[in-house]
Design a protein around this ligand. Structure first.
Ligand code: SIN
Length: 364
């Protein structure tokens, strides 16, 4: 049976063909025939929202100036890959990140991901503490839907600013069903990293986000993610931490190991009310003779001590360079000190038992 000629449908198809041809001619991604995912962009500041005096200013610019609407407008092709909505959650340079901002962000992410009309979230963030925010969310987000953090090393006003393409890749990744259930992801410079393992490894280069020994988990190429491996540690829906009723987090600080170090920082932080201390020791988490007595006293006062390593890579061996059973300390496993601090904060909302906290460090 012949279908009657439908002028409306004919015109719609002709328009679609024209748009597709135009997009192909411009080398832009072609809108897929499937329903677009609903992606919310949560903007928090950083260099990605920074402005400099000239197009060659890449140092000495002002971070956290451009609003979320402008960030979205700078990448018109986003409309073709997802239904985008934006929200300015806060506007800070990420060196000023606080527990309060983290709790606000995590609660908003959990609220949004519980909605049927949100399929994934992209968070624009300063790169300085991006790895910390990503790991915090990795432990407290209660959803398998994609959460992707993006940032930029060049301000939005720079020639070859990296922000727009990082936002584009972040949205493509968050809209991809393949990204679901993989934990919180970090996507810059065409690379996908797991929140637990990635770190900012260079002060200024575009390829600064690396997981030096454990490795990235995938690439963005040609408008899609390509995954090769996963972080083996538990995250998101499998993590045991609930921040939904919290207004503050336990105070946990970091002390650094180095030649000729004194016990003064440990004593000062304990006096200031630290509930936990990460010791970023030399090598395999070794403790200087001058600091060890201070840590023993801190533990006697109820402070939880985690032996980490300033090397940033490798396993800190339990009962290796110190007798953790005797000290009643915990080892950080492979977490760098700034991430060990986050896990200890979350652990302390649940327990003060060092055996349980050690289990958590081997789980997350
Ligand atoms: C920041 O972390 O907010 C400033 C640095 C950056 O985003 O690259």
């Amino acid at each position: 049976m012949q279908t009657p000629f439908n002028l409306g449908r004919y015109l719609a198809l002709a328009m679609l063909a024209l748009c597709t041809a135009t997009a192909q001619a411009k080398n832009e991604p072609v809108a897929p025939a499937v329903k677009l995912a609903n992606i919310r962009i949560l903007a928090t500041g950083g260099t990605i929202a920074g402005t400099g005096a000239t197009s060659t200013t890449t140092v000495g610019y002002a971070a956290a100036k451009v609003g979320v609407d402008q960030l979205i407008e700078a990448v018109p092709v986003l409309k073709q890959v997802a239904n985008i909505t934006g929200e300015q959650l806060f506007q800070v340079a990420s060196e000023n990140m606080t527990d309060e901002y983290w709790l606000k962000l995590a609660k908003r992410v959990n609220t949004l991901l519980a909605q049927d009309d949100v399929d994934g979230i992209v968070i624009t963030h300063g790169t300085d503490t991006l790895e910390e925010t990503a790991y915090f969310l990795n432990l407290v987000v209660k959803s398998r839907k994609p959460v992707v953090l993006v940032g930029a090393m060049r301000p939005s006003t720079a020639m070859s600013a990296d922000g727009p393409f990082n936002i584009y890749n972040g949205v493509v990744l968050a809209a991809s069903p393949e990204a679901a259930g993989k934990g919180v992801l970090v996507c810059l410079n065409d690379q996908i990293n797991a929140a637990r393992d990635v770190t900012k490894a260079s002060t200024a280069t575009l390829d600064t986000f690396r997981a030096p020994e454990l490795g990235l988990i995938g690439y963005m190429q040609n408008n899609k993610p390509h995954f090769y491996r996963l972080s083996a540690r538990k995250h998101t829906v499998d993590a045991e931490f609930d921040i939904s009723n919290l207004e503050t987090l336990p105070k946990v600080d970091i002390v650094y190991g180095y030649a000729n170090v004194t016990r003064a920082p440990v004593d000062a932080l304990v006096a200031a009310g630290a509930k936990g201390l990460i010791h970023a020791g030399v090598g395999d988490g070794s403790l200087h003779n001058a600091v060890k007595p201070a840590l023993i006293e801190a533990r006697k006062q109820g402070v939880i001590v985690v032996r980490g390593s300033r090397t940033g890579n490798g396993i800190v061996a339990r009962n290796g360079e110190a007798n953790d059973d005797e000290l009643d300390s915990v080892v950080s496993d492979t977490l760098n000190p700034q991430k060990a601090r986050i896990l200890l904060m979350l652990a302390l909302i649940k327990t003060h038992q060092t055996s349980d906290i050690q289990r958590m460090f081997y789980t997350y």
